[in-house]
Design a binder for this molecule. Structure first.
Ligand code: NI
Ligand code: MN
Length: 228
């Protein structure tokens, strides 16, 4: 099995690959859609796309309890290190071969301020190449941008993208993102957590299925996508 991805809810993902447990944007204790608590979730690594509260979430508490290494940009890594978290700093365009795979930080069009007002650097997306060569793009919070084409040129097995609108791409731009990224599989996230980002995911999935070659997986919070 190449990887198993669980949508915990909102933008929070649990990814298992090669025996490693990765947690992405662990927003749990204040996340109305999360079915798992910050006290019980497991992690070897925590990947954080940007500093906003619904993404950095419970990183500090989970890292302190599990001993997980947090991976993020340099500014967020500094902030976490000062709180006693073990960190690995990267930055946009930079990749590193971790035990679980090769992780590159990509461009994202968004903000990244931390909950206490600290500067969180630039927001990122995550492009993970698993040790058996599958490419998983987790866009983070972002608007549509043309350089998604460069990311798509890598040959994506899976793209995980926001469709909630208001703070990120909405359904129309997310459809354009799928056309640009040309992933084999796509999972929409960052919608229906709050009224402000309520979306009809079924209608979106129909459009993606009709207009692109990507296979849409409408998993619910707590559900998994297992590949292959
Ligand atoms: Ni955000
Ligand atoms: Mn967000």
């Amino acid at each position: 099995m190449a990887f198993k991805l669980t949508w915990i809810g909102h933008a929070t993902l649990a990814l298992e690959t090669g025996g490693f447990k990765l947690l992405v944007d662990p927003y749990l204790s204040h996340n109305p859609s999360a079915k798992v608590s910050a006290e019980e979730v497991e992690a070897d690594y925590i990947l954080i796309t940007h500093g906003h509260g619904d993404h950095i979430g419970d990183t500090v508490e989970i890292a302190q309890r599990t001993g997980a290494t947090a991976i993020s940009n340099a500014e967020i890594s500094d902030w976490l290190r000062k709180k006693g978290v073990k960190v690995h700093a990267q930055h946009l365009g930079g990749g590193f071969q971790h035990p679980f795979g090769y992780l590159k930080l990509t461009l994202a069009l968004h903000g990244s301020g931390l909950p206490d007002g600290s500067y969180g650097g630039n927001p990122a997306g995550l492009l993970l190449t698993t040790n058996d060569g599958e490419k998983i793009y987790m866009a983070g919070d972002t608007g549509l941008f043309g350089d998604m084409q460069l990311i798509g040129e890598e040959g994506l097995t899976l793209a995980v993208i926001p469709i909630g609108d208001n703070y990120t791409m909405g359904p129309d731009d997310a459809l354009r993102a799928v056309k640009t990224l040309t992933p084999q599989h796509v999972i929409p996230i960052h919608y229906n957590t709050f009224d402000l980002i309520a979306q009809d995911a079924d209608a979106w999935a129909e459009r993606v299925t009709y207009e692109t070659d990507a296979k849409v997986h409408l998993i619910q919070p707590g559900e998994q996508f297992v590949y292959p």
